[in-house]
Design a binder for this molecule. Structure first.
Ligand code: FA5
Length: 341
């Protein structure tokens, strides 16, 4: 038995000094010194030893255990200090990820700045709004399809007797009458940039998007001022060479009304999945309807105005060189895409 103990000790010593990582060292400690380890098995065999050898063997086992524990502790220290000395200060550090603004936030900042330069003040009117401001005060008929459940999100709160049901506003035009009431007597020159909601999702539509709504009311405002303002914005935002076009359209709150398109930058005007025919619709515009001025407390015999409402996402997507082919990518939370802008 004495020889067995010496052999075990020698084997263990050889193995322990070979080990170079803490996990293996722990395994080895269990193999030799664990409850069912090799040394414990020898201890159990002591009772079979006869005579005075018993005491001697007991002492030998205890010393072996002590030696192995000491060696394991010193080997642990060696491994730890070795991994510390392997630190290489020339290896570049790991930089924490740096965030950047979402491109819609950048777009909003740039749009606001462009209009501020020509005297527009920035507003952000309600995104949860009464039907009155979203539709009724804007001259929508009671049966207008935009008021349908299939177009607009309704909020489940009791209707107000005067203001009607509550909605998630489908357009920033709902800020028009609010701004007229806030200012009182013109001039008004505001750009309302806010979130809008509609039941739509495809290559050029998302259920939550942003619009920027220009509203100008003063004496002698004409369609020339509207065209000049839109041209100023398009040239500053997209560059001199891009083409925009006005198409006659109908909105209940402007008369006459137009839709504004831009030559598509994704396909460079040849027609693609996003724009269909080479032109992408960016928004609507027109001269403020007299009924809307009246609802805002402004006399249409003295004052006139123009308004426009464009999609922020689509407008930014048409910036030269961005080539974003699907509006849904902006809200996909795909960092590989978002980090590029
Ligand atoms: C309007 O919302 C009118 N309020 C615009 C207006 C304002 C006209 C002032 C006259 C005077 P329209 O529904 O066409 O119009 O939407 C305007 C723009 O918002 C669209 O051209 C598009 O750029 C953007 N838009 C509309 N729906 C979505 C959507 N689901 N996803 C992303 N952008 C959208």
């Amino acid at each position: 038995m004495k020889e067995e103990i010496i052999n075990l000790k020698n084997q263990a010593l050889a193995q322990i000094t070979e080990i170079d990582n803490l996990e293996d060292l722990k395994d080895l400690q269990i193999t030799y010194l664990g409850r069912n380890g090799r040394l414990s098995k020898l201890i159990k065999k002591i009772k079979e030893v006869k005579g005075g050898d018993k005491k001697e063997i007991g002492i030998q086992i205890n010393q072996t255990k002590k030696t192995l524990l000491e060696l394991i502790a010193s080997q642990k220290q060696k491994i730890k200090s070795k991994s510390n000395t392997e630190f290489d200060e020339t290896v570049p550090g790991i930089l924490p990820p740096v965030g950047n603004l979402h491109l819609v936030t950048k777009a909003i900042e740039e749009i606001a700045k462009t209009f501020k330069a020509i005297g527009f003040s920035q507003a952000r009117y309600n995104e949860v709004e009464w039907d009155y401001f979203g539709f009724e005060s804007l001259n929508f008929t009671k049966d207008h399809p935009a008021r349908d459940d299939w177009e607009t999100f309704f909020v489940d709160v009791p209707e107000d007797k005067k203001l009607g049901p509550m909605i998630l506003t489908p357009h920033t035009s709902s800020g028009q009458v609010r701004e007229m009431k806030r200012v009182g007597t013109p001039p008004i020159r505001m750009v309302n940039i806010a979130k809008c909601y509609r039941r739509q999702a495809d290559v050029s539509h998302v259920p939550m998007f942003h619009q920027f709504e220009g509203l100008v009311v003063d004496k002698n405002i004409s369609i020339v001022n509207l065209k000049g303002t839109l041209d100023y914005f398009a040239q500053n935002f997209f560059g001199e060479s891009r083409k925009t076009r006005l198409r006659p359209y109908h909105f209940p709150f402007t008369e006459p009304s137009f839709e504004v398109d831009i030559s598509c930058d994704v396909c460079e005007g040849s027609g693609c999945k996003l724009c269909k025919g080479g032109w992408l619709e960016l928004g609507g515009a027109g001269m403020v309807h007299p009924n809307v001025l009246r609802n805002g407390g402004i006399d249409p015999k003295i004052y006139s105005g123009f308004a426009f409402g464009w999609g922020v996402e689509r407008t930014y997507m048409m910036k030269e060189g961005l080539k974003i082919p699907d509006i849904r990518l902006l809200y996909s939370s795909n960092l590989q895409i978002l980090k590029q802008f």
